[in-house]
Design a binder for this molecule. Sequence first.
Ligand code: MOS
Length: 711
Amino acid sequence: MTTVTPGAPLRTTSVGTAHTRIEGRDKVTGAARYAGEVPFADLAYGWLVLSTVARGRIRALDTEPVLAMPGVLAVLDHRNAPRVETGYTGLLGKPDPTCAVFQHDRVPHLGWPVALVVAETSEQAREAAEALVVHYEQEPHDVGFGGEHPDAYPADGFMPAVTEKGDLDAALASSAVVVDAEYTTPEEHHNPMEPHATTARWDGGRLELIDSNQGATWVVGELANLFSLDPASIRVRSEHVGGGFGSKGVRAHQVAAVMATTVLQRPVRVVLTRRQMFSLAGYRSPTSQRVRLGADADGRLRALEHRSLSLSSTVYEFIEPSAAVARVMYDAEAHHTANRIVRLDVPTPTWMRAPGEAPGSFALEAALDELAEKCGLDPIELRLRNEPDKGPVSGLPFAGRNLPACFREGARRFGWADRDPRPGVRRDGRWLLGTGTAAASFHAGAAPSTATATAHPDGTFTVRISAADIGTGARTALTLVAADALQVPPDRVQVRIGDSDFGPAMIAGGSMGTRSWSWAVQIAAGELLERLALGADIPPEGITVRSDTAAAIGALTPAERHSFGAQFAEVAVDVATGEVRVRRMLGIFAAGRIVNPLTARGQFLGGMIWGISMALHEEAVRDRASGGHVGADLAGYHVATHADVPRIEADWIDDPDPADPVGIKGIGEIGIVGAAAALANAVWHATGVRHRSLPIRPDRVLSAPAGAPDA
Ligand code: MOS
């Protein structure tokens, strides 16, 4: 029997307290199965063959000898693969044929899938795929990204390309202090620990995928469109996902696997290699950004221009909206922002943690630091003087903007008050020392989701929602939310996720997953409690109620809704070797109610560590001659590892969102925002040199030693 007292005050005893991951033991003991390792009888293995030229046409594929190799079952290519629909409108309001493989003979970039070899074992499939000879008609390609590409144009993406208010030239001309600087960031890759993997099969007239993704019902929707299927005839399950960061939607390997299982009528598994992920998983476009700031002598902004160029493929127009961060952060009487792209013969980029804000905040927050230097102002004081009272572009009120509180708390804990503003004057042996800071923001939103809550006769509950836990701790967070909503301890609630049959729900993306899902869980659980309060007996199958948050979310009043944060960093720079070492970092965030402090801290720290990686290590280098990557693996592509990560702390101030039933805003992406700028600003403070191109590699430090002109 449940023990519900009607009218009892809502307890929040679980939300806000630290809980280890519910599936943690399964993960560390290997009991948790991932998409590439769930056992299946009669499983066949597909291996993708990727193009070795950057542009052209497939003239021929020598499939005969490959089909004769041991264990080989089929070779799918553009001549024999099932047709798919590509004209449907995707998530961003326009068709995206990036994953519509084997539909034509054109090769739009190096690493484009040209065939899938299916065999009895993974080894046989790989052997045969590597033996497949493909003949191309090669065409000249262009993979050269730079600041002044003649084919660049403004592109909207999920926001307007251009915003303009006021006379920029006049405002700059009347400014006492002007900063005009160009910043660049390189191509960056998500590299989740678990490679993309899927296992597809037809089961009793239903298409089933065990899949590594960020949203099971999202994958269902895309596959239903591509293969012209009823969404109800597709089931996608993703119990455990080893990271996504924006890269795990529907990609070529799932489409190829569905084609293969349809042709062979056997379960087919396709797993990407780390190397294949560099061309098939999406990535963050490089950016070239120009920021112009004009201010009065006291630091108050009169002019702000932020222009960003990113790239996309010839297949699909994906935009990294780096200039948009300025639309939220700072106002000026003349305020211009523009996101432009150039289409090149490269793979299609995609969302990567804080798309837009991550590279955009590097440029904008570094430019603010340059302005502070020119004004002779403390960088925090400069930001406080430029706190807008409404959205600089939207004119909408801020639904909470606790950025000043983050800076105050961060400055206190970091020891900012004692900082000598002069650059290049602190030494510790061979190291030059410096500190830097930067602001962070990320959109806080919620998207419609559905959930069910079931009361069982034994006093336990089951909550079902097709959420994805991509390593964030979402399953655990939802359990705490459900427990409080049901007014029981968390061990009485089982939360089941990662199954599209649980109904439509938001993806794990846009920092909106846990908030969107919690909303649906809270409503379902609340309504279940009301039902139980009526005193009905619970039948053996339980009592289930279903929620849908579409109406409630649609009723939110328009406002600028964001999480905010203040990043602090201390670096040591050895100008003899060019090495930059991070000594400590602190991030203070105002990011809504924190559901599980343990996993939330991990989220923030993960973002900040990625900021270290972005500032100092990450860079995918493309060879202009071949059009492919140099070192497309974790040996050639450097990411921050343990030895690179210093004393690092993340904390938050109390900032519950009154518009959210649980008070959540979202914490997935903000940890990386501003982190690279804080580090670059610290490198300037250490050396006196502005590094405006990431990563700040040893060779860049060496070619611009302390006292030299800026890099
Ligand atoms: Mo995140 S880039 O919205 O997965």
